[in-house]
Design a binder for this molecule. Structure first.
Ligand code: CAA
Length: 337
């Protein structure tokens, strides 16, 4: 269904069976999906930002014909794998290695926190082809999941976004054809970081959808719930929460659309994406927490779906770069320019 609607390849050119839309459209779609289901939001966001966009920006015709068309149509699902047990924020500290052996690379190592890792058909993997070069020795590979030498870990038991699967992936002498190298050896870190910049617009939009859902639910419950003979929406303490939610949601939306616009204009947007993600994810967390507070005891129960917003919001402050990393990126750019 998502594929038929064009949601799996939103920014992919029509030539490669995508919807050919821009980043603002992408943001609006992720926001609206996440307003109902943030887990679906991240599944779609990763397939778009961290998989399809890598093909669009760095894939060759053979790779795009073989994989991108199916990904954009929703016939294939993609995942992206940079993180490892010892390498999260310190993203270039990779132990997974890829050694060239004739017409193949042989991959060994362990990746973790792979969103869509279980259900995807292929995974884009960052691995060291030359450890001595540090981040300049990282390369990106397209790894179809049906290759030999791939072992999937269990589905992680997460706090939120529980219908989106996350797992470890182990590579044990996995032989990957050389035509599955994306771009050139040593380009992997740049490919990963530029793509994650775009991904941060997606996660910011996911956070915005969660925050908007919290506001929608808070408004209707506050008007309906009566205490002391009147609806709780009449109380200043509740109004203060609703006003803050609304203002921060509007500010998040403007930050996100600003980053998306810069990206569509082919201008640098690293700082703006980091601002959008850190602000929108804080907004989601605050709005969801206030929403539970407005619902009181009912909010704490699973029946109302409000505690789920709080659990889902938390991850937006962690994946695709923690809030601390976003602040580091923002500060670096402000201090350098
Ligand atoms: N775009 C392109 N290149 C970039 C870049 C960017 N945003 N940021 C840095 N680079 C380049 C630098 O220019 C430099 O290259 P040159 O030497 O050629 O100029 C190179 O990368 C190294 O730069 P730094 O020394 O600044 O890099 P660093 O190793 O100190 O790290 C960092 C910078 C910003 C902290 C980065 O490591 C980072 O973003 N960490 C967080 C990782 C992250 O977001 N992980 C998310 C995983 S994906 C995920 O979460 C998906 C999911 O599940 C939903």
């Amino acid at each position: 269904m998502m594929g038929e609607l064009g949601y799996m390849g939103i920014m992919v050119p029509e030539k490669w069976c995508g919807a050919g839309m821009d980043t603002i459209s992408y943001s609006l779609i992720i926001e609206e999906i996440s307003r109902i289901d943030a887990a679906a939001g991240v599944i779609v966001s990763v397939n778009n930002s961290l998989v399809c966009q890598i093909f669009v920006n760095y894939g060759n015709d053979f790779q795009n014909e073989t994989y991108l068309k199916g990904l954009a149509k929703g016939e294939l699902l993609g995942s992206f794998s940079l993180s490892e047990p010892q390498s999260g924020s310190d993203a270039s500290n990779l132990k997974t290695i890829a050694v060239k052996d004739g017409s193949h690379y042989i991959l060994n190592g362990t990746k973790n926190w792979v969103t869509n890792g279980i259900n995807s058909d292929l995974v884009i993997v960052m691995a060291m082809t030359d450890k001595s070069k540090g981040y300049k020795g990282i390369s990106a590979f397209i790894i179809p999941k049906d290759l030999d030498g791939i072992l999937l870990g269990n589905k992680e038991d997460k706090l939120g976004i529980r219908s989106s699967d996350t797992c470890e992936i182990h590579f044990d002498n996995c032989r990957v054809p050389i035509e599955n190298l994306i771009s050139d050896e040593g380009e992997g870190y740049r490919i990963a970081l530029t793509s994650i910049d775009g991904g941060r617009i997606g996660i910011a939009s996911q956070a915005l959808g969660i925050a908007q859902a919290a506001l929608d639910k808070s408004k209707s419950y506050a008007k309906e719930r009566k205490q002391f003979g009147r609806s709780i929406a009449d109380f200043g303490a509740i109004q203060e929460k609703i006003a803050s939610m609304g203002t921060n949601i509007e500010a998040s939306r403007l930050l996100i659309h600003n980053a998306a616009l810069l990206k569509d204009m082919h201008k640098r947007f690293t700082k703006e994406a980091a601002m959008a993600k850190s602000f929108a994810s804080q907004t989601a967390m605050d709005a969801a927490t206030d929403c539970v507070q407005i619902f009181g005891g009912y909010g704490y129960m699973q029946d109302y779906g409000v505690e789920r917003l709080m659990r889902d919001a938390k991850i937006t402050q962690i994946y695709e770069g923690t809030t601390e990393i976003q602040k580091m990126v923002i500060a670096r750019e402000l201090l350098e320019n």
